[in-house]
Design a protein around this ligand. Structure first.
Ligand code: GRF
Length: 189
C-alpha cells in the first residue's frame, strides 16, 4: 500500500475528493493531511475522514525538519499539494525528487506564478478574453507553477461565464481527474 500526504491551506474539497477515491483502493491511502492554517476547512474534513492531520507554522516549514519527519513517519510515497500556497523549500524537494505534485486551476504555462491563485486566476482568464481554461497538474520545483507538466484538461469558456461559473467548471475538472492522475503516478513506479 502506498501512502499519500496532502498539503492544503483552505477548504480542502480536493483533499476530500482524493481521500474518498482511495478509501477502498488496494493501491494507496491518504495517510496524512498537512495544513498551515489552523482555521482551514480541510482540518474538519480530515477529522470527518479519520485521517491524521498536522498544522505547522512558517517557521516549522522553512527553518526545521519537522515536516520531513512527519512525512517519513507516515511512510509517504507521494506528496500532493491541493490548494497549498507556500513555495516548497528546496530541502523538501530534494528529499522527494519527482514525488511532489501540485494542481493549478488554469492552463500552464500562462496564467500562473506568484500571487496567481484563488479567484484571481479565473478573473485574469476572463479578463484576457480566453475561450478556454483548464487544470494543470505538474511536478513541483523551487519556483511557483514551473515544474514539469504531467497532465492538463480543458474546458470551454462561454460568453456568459463569470469568474464564479468558471471556478465551478475548474473544480469539476479537478474532481474528475486529480485522483486518477495520482493513481497512475503511483502505479507507474
Ligand atoms: C483548487 O482550485 C486548486 O486548483 C487550487 O486551489 C483550489 C483548492 O480548492 N490550487 P479546495 O481547497 O480543494 O476546495
Amino acid at each position: 500500500m502506498k501512502h499519500i500526504a496532502i498539503f492544503a491551506s483552505g477548504s480542502g474539497s480536493n483533499a476530500e475528493n482524493i481521500a474518498r477515491y482511495f478509501e477502498k483502493s488496494g493501491i494507496a491511502r491518504v495517510s496524512l493531511i498537512l495544513c498551515n492554517n489552523p482555521k482551514a476547512g480541510v482540518l474538519a474534513r480530515a477529522e470527518k475522514l479519520n485521517i491524521p492531520s498536522k498544522v505547522f507554522s512558517r517557521h516549522d516549514f522553512y527553518e526545521t525538519d519537522t515536516i520531513l519527519q512527519w512525512l517519513r513517519d507516515a511512510k509517504t510515497d507521494l506528496v500532493v499539494l491541493a490548494g497549498f500556497l507556500w513555495l516548497v523549500p528546496k530541502s523538501l524537494i530534494a528529499a522527494y525528487p519527482g514525488k511532489i505534485i501540485n494542481i493549478h486551476p488554469a492552463l500552464l504555462p500562462g496564467v500562473g506564478g506568484k500571487g496567481m491563485y484563488g479567484m484571481k486566476v479565473h478573473e485574469t482568464v476572463i479578463q484576457n478574453g480566453a475561450t478556454r481554461s483548464g487544470i494543470t497538474i505538474h511536478f513541483v520545483n523551487a519556483e511557483f507553477d514551473e515544474g514539469e507538466i504531467l497532465f492538463k484538461a480543458e474546458c470551454a469558456i462561454e460568453p456568459g461565464d463569470t469568474p464564479e461559473t468558471l471556478a465551478a467548471k475548474i473544480h469539476a475538472l479537478e474532481y474528475a481527474h486529480f485522483p486518477s492522475v495520482i493513481e497512475k503516478l503511483l502505479t507507474r513506479d
